[in-house]
Structures are given as structure tokens and as C-alpha cells.
Design a protein around this ligand. Structure first.
Ligand code: SAM
Length: 292
């Protein structure tokens, strides 16, 4: 019986057969542990009626596990050298489509309309290229795609930031941006030894379950995110100091800022990292008339 693509021996054989050399600049660290791949797919909760979108299939280690579990897999791969390899390794699976494209430039919504028209349940499942983890996650969330959620492997440090709660050292504007759209949980920590080549950082898997509507209702989404970013700009500074130095003409509008904080019921001496997402929503709504 042919071994799974992810088995170290088969991966080695595929790489040798095709004379493939890794490109560090594309975040190419391939998984060589079938158990971990199966667990990732388990966390996605796929059924035979589900669809999956993968970012960066590499030589197909995760793609193969997904193809065995669900009805259709569409994968975006930026590196053209991998296309003939995937044709070879995944030749026995008709339910796949590989798109040779940078996912950051892709019209994923249009692809979904075409490829998943008859599939209701779609998950993004990926071992992300680490140099672009955050832009990829934010693109997929901000586009409000009709997906149930995402199960993704990424740097542990970024996974900590995404799933952090108020008051923790990892809590910041990334935690709020992701948790605004989804419920985030870290489900697994993964050692460096299960990749080739071995990355310099530890990894983790997070599951994002999309909310039906955002965690909070705000007057203006862009301004809400701006207030969050500004509030974390210098973590040692108090909220009022970050807001006056970060918002446009903030210094001249200190009185308005203090008034908005009072109306929102937030002590101006607190630090941004202690505010819940609801408190940021109240604050940005009170500040909004003075800045927009
Ligand atoms: N899924 C494979 C695995 O788990 O073994 C490979 C994962 S590897 C960490 C990341 C993959 O993403 C590589 O195949 C890389 O070429 C691809 N990639 C990098 N940047 C990309 C982008 N912007 N769009 C699509 N694919 C990308």
C-alpha cells in the first residue's frame, strides 16, 4: 500500500523524484506527521458533504487528508514548481482543484460561488506560510466569506496573540480584530520536529468559528479598529495618552476624549490591554462624533 504523502519516507521520495528545493521566502515548511494532519482535519469537523479551502498545499500532505474526508477541496498555491508535483501526488483524487495564485490577490468569494455552489458547509484548513499569516487571516475574515470557520497552523506566538483575553500580555489589536469576526481557540501546540525543513519557531493550531454577526455592534467599523490600534500603540502608556497622541488632532481634542471616556464609563488611567471588546465598542462610539 502506498504510504501517506506526509510520511517522512514518502515526502523524501517525492522531493527527490521532482528535484524540489525549498524556498524559505515562501514559508515552505512541509508537515511530515500524519497524526498531526489527521487531528487538524478532525478539528475542522468536516463531513462527506463539506468543502474545504486550503492555502498553500505544498506537495499535498494536508490536501490528501482533506480529500479523503470531504466532498471537494480547492487549494491556492503560489509556487508554480509545485503544480506538476501536486498533479502527480494527488492524481487519484478527482475531487480537487489547485489554483496557481497568490491567495492575497485571489477573489475567493467568486471562486466559492463557482466551486462550492452545491456545498453548504465550507471550512478553510491550512498550514499557513508564516511570512504572511496575519494578512491571510484578516483578508479571509474581512471578506465575510460564506465559510463556517478556519482551522489553521501558524506560529505559536501569533496563535497566542489571536486567542488572548483582556489583561494578558498577548492581548492586542490582532486579538480584537480576529475575535470581532470569530470565536478563537488554540487547540494544539505543535513541535518544530514535525516539519521539513525545521522552522525556527514553535507552531500551534487555532480554530476560528465565524460569528453570525460581529461580537459587538459599532457605529463605524474602520474607526473602531483605529481606536483599538491607537490604544495599544505604546503599551506602557495610559489609554488617554495613547488616544491623544494617536487620533488625528488628538492633542487639541483632549477634553472631548476625556468626555468620551467618562460617558463610556472607562477610567482614562487604564491601559488599552485591560479593555474588553465591548468597552472598546462603547469608547469608539462615544469618540466617533468628535473624529468622523
Ligand atoms: N500544506 C503543506 C504542508 O502542510 O505540508 C505546505 C505548507 S507550507 C507551511 C506553506 C505553503 O504555502 C507553501 O507550499 C508555499 O509555497 C505556499 N504559499 C506561500 N505563500 C503563498 C500565498 N501568498 N498564496 C498561496 N500559497 C502560498
Amino acid at each position: 500500500m502506498i504510504k501517506d504523502i506526509a510520511s517522512p519516507a514518502r515526502t523524501q521520495a517525492i522531493l527527490e523524484k521532482h528535484g524540489f528545493s525549498f524556498k524559505k521566502s515562501l514559508g515552505q515548511n512541509f508537515l511530515i506527521d500524519t497524526n498531526i494532519l489527521r487531528k487538524i482535519v478532525d478539528y475542522a469537523g468536516l463531513t462527506e458533504d463539506s468543502g474545504a479551502i486550503e492555502i498553500g498545499p505544498g506537495i499535498g500532505a494536508l490536501t490528501e487528508q482533506l480529500l479523503r474526508r470531504c466532498r471537494k477541496v480547492v487549494a491556492y498555491e503560489i509556487d508554480g514548481r509545485l503544480l506538476p508535483i501536486l498533479e502527480d501526488t494527488l492524481s487519484s483524487y478527482p475531487n480537487k482543484k489547485i489554483i496557481h495564485q497568490d491567495v492575497l490577490k485571489a477573489d475567493v468569494a467568486a471562486m466559492m460561488k463557482e466551486e462550492f455552489a452545491e456545498i453548504d458547509d465550507v471550512m478553510v484548513v491550512a498550514n499557513l506560510p508564516y511570512y504572511v499569516t496575519t494578512p491571510i487571516i484578516m483578508k479571509l475574515l474581512e471578506e465575510k466569506l460564506p465559510i463556517r470557520g478556519m482551522v489553521i497552523m501558524l506560529q505559536k506566538e501569533v496563535a497566542n496573540r489571536i486567542s488572548a483575553a483582556p489583561g494578558s500580555k498577548d492581548y492586542g489589536s490582532l486579538s480584537i480584530a480576529v475575535q470581532y469576526y470569530s470565536e478563537a481557540e488554540m487547540v494544539m501546540v505543535v513541535p518544530r520536529t514535525v516539519f521539513i525543513p525545521k522552522p525556527n519557531v514553535d507552531s500551534a493550531v487555532i480554530r476560528l468559528t465565524l460569528r453570525e454577526k460581529p461580537a459587538v455592534a459599532v457605529k463605524d467599523e474602520r474607526f473602531f479598529f483605529q481606536v483599538c490600534r491607537v490604544s495599544f500603540a505604546q503599551r506602557r502608556k495610559t489609554l488617554v495618552n495613547n488616544l491623544t497622541s494617536g487620533l488625528p488632532s488628538g492633542k487639541e481634542k483632549k477634553e472631548e476624549i476625556l468626555g468620551a471616556l467618562e460617558k463610556a464609563g472607562i477610567d482614562p488611567g487604564r491601559r488599552g490591554e485591560t479593555l474588553s471588546i465591548e468597552e472598546f465598542a462603547r469608547l469608539s462610539d462615544e469618540l466617533y462624533p468628535h473624529f468622523c
